[in-house]
Every structure is written in C-alpha cells, then in structure tokens.
Design a protein around this ligand. Structure first.
Ligand code: SAH
Length: 270
C-alpha cells in the first residue's frame, strides 16, 4: 500500500524488457464531494505525500489546497459537456509519471469507483505492468442525501437504492424504467441535469406517479450547496427556473425532511 511505503518491484511487461525498477503504485483517490472535511484520512495522507496529483475538475479547491507543497497539480478535468482531456491522454499521464518512479495520486471527485472511468485507467496501468491502489471516497449521493436530512434506504419503503447516470457514451442512458417507476423506489441520478426531461418522460410513460418527489442537490457538502425540492411532474421546470452551474445530483423518490423541525437543516435547505 502506498501509505506504508511498500515498494513493489515490477518488470515492465509491456515493453518486454527485464530490467526491474522500484515503482510506487498509482493511487486512485476519492476526493469526496467537495467539503475537505469529508476526505478520508488515507486520502489526506496520499495528497500530502504525492509527487504528482492528476485531478478532475470536480475536485474542489479546498481539497487541492491540502496537497503537499512538493506536489505538482495536473488538471485533466472536464466540465459538464465542455471540452475534455481525452481518456487515452489521462491513461498515458498515469503511466508516464509512475514509470518515472513518482508517487502519483489520481484524484477523482466523490468516490473514484463511481462513474469515474476507473477501470479504463486501471487497465492501462495493467497493460504497462504498473501497480495501483484504490482509496475510496464519499460519493455525491451520500453527501446529497445527508444534505436533505434523509436516508437512501428505509425499512418498509425501499430495500434497495440505485445509482444511475443520466447519460452514457451513447447519449441519454437507458435504465430499467419499469422498476424505477414503482412506488417507494429511491434513485440517485448522476449527470442528470441535461437528461431530466428524458428521464421524466420515461418514468411517467412507465407509470410513475407525477407527484413522486425529486430533490435536486447542487454542490452537495459545499458552502454553496443548493437544494431544490420538486416532483417528477415539475422537474424540468424546476431546473429551467434556476441557473445551476455546479455539479448537481437528482434524488428521485426523496423529498427534503421537513426543515421546520430541524434548525440546522433549515439553514442548508433553501
Ligand atoms: N465519482 C463521483 C461522480 C462523478 S460523475 C462521485 O462519486 O460523486 C459527475 C456527477 O456527479 C455530476 O454530474 C453530479 O451529478 C455528481 N456530483 C459530483 N459531485 C457533486 C456534488 N458535490 N454535488 C452534487 N452532485 C455532485
């Protein structure tokens, strides 16, 4: 493990040469939803020890500020549908820095194992015969649901909760709409802003109740967190009425807990 400074000696299979060199595992780190206090201690140590931190745009400035002063920060982020660094370029950067014997942290927003293209990057490392290590983080769904004083699962309401994406490589992502439309279902929808109208249409078509609560949480856990309580029927209008510039998660099937009874929540839920 990177934090125990175990050097693993590997022979580069990809190049086919036999000269062994000590290499540090590339450390994939979940940066959490933005609030630096939600970093794991392991993530913090990795940031402080890193030589290079290759990070996404979603990673907050507050988290990056915790990097060690020796760390070189490399931004490979993309914002929404904006210009992105090609995945192959990111894969190559991980390999390049790791081969130099540097401590590489690949820092991803939330939990790096959720909608983070982690496998693609791991496979590139494996291809190059390089070791890696994963430090999980708090995902946006956990932060968002905490921000509205709710729970993703509840006895008697839902025995499962889903994590889905609004769009995938082919466009708006298809899901098991019939299952999602059932009463009591709870789903955390990532990357759902642009797909909201599509999702609404599919769910209504499969029989979901128009008054099913949907809560939009923008910038979950951050100082500028915003909570918009809506329903399936009103979701596109709710989103259209607001200029949401930050990352936003849709919590389908959940409304904010009644804030009147909860003074701390009341400050967070607008
Ligand atoms: N690996 C990340 C998800 C990356 S996909 C995680 O585990 O959280 C990017 C999407 O995550 C965004 O489009 C948004 O839907 C969601 N997201 C990430 N951070 C968020 C935040 N602080 N608040 C609300 N949504 C967030």
């Amino acid at each position: 493990m990177v934090l125990q400074r175990i050097f693993r000696t590997v022979t580069s299979r990809a190049k086919g040469h036999r000269d062994a060199m000590p290499l540090m595992p590339v450390c994939f780190v979940g940066a959490g939803p933005g609030d630096p206090d939600l970093l794991t201690i392991k993530a913090l140590k990795a940031l402080q020890e890193a030589d290079v931190i290759i990070h996404d745009r979603l990673v907050s400035a507050g988290v990056l500020a915790l990097a060690g002063h020796q760390a070189r920060l490399v931004d490979v982020g993309k914002e929404g549908f904006g210009p992105s660094t090609p995945q192959a370029h990111i894969d190559a950067l991980n390999v390049k820095y790791a081969r130099q014997g540097l401590r590489v942290v690949r820092l991803k927003g939330g939990d790096c194992t959720i909608f983070g293209r982690l496998d693609e990057e791991i496979e590139a490392l494996e291809e190059a015969g390089l070791p890696f290590h994963i430090v999980p983080g708090i995902t946006a769904a956990s932060a968002a649901v905490a921000g509205i004083g709710q729970s993703l699962t509840r006895r008697g309401r839902n025995a499962s909760a889903r994590i889905i994406t609004g769009h995938d490589m082919k466009g708006f992502a298809d899901q098991d709409w019939r299952a999602l439309a059932q009463h009591g279902e709870v789903t955390a929808i990532y990357m759902g802003k642009k797909a909201a109208r599509f999702i609404q249409g599919r769910l209504l078509m499969h029989g979901a109740a128009p008054d099913t609560p949907v809560t939009v949480v923008e910038n979950a856990s951050r100082g500028d967190q915003r909570v918009l309580a809506s329903t399936l029927a009103d979701l596109p209008a709710t989103l259209d009425a607001q200029a949401l510039n930050g990352p936003a998660l849709l919590l389908y099937g959940l409304a904010p807990r009644d804030v009147a009874d909860h003074p701390v929540l009341a400050r967070e839920v607008s």
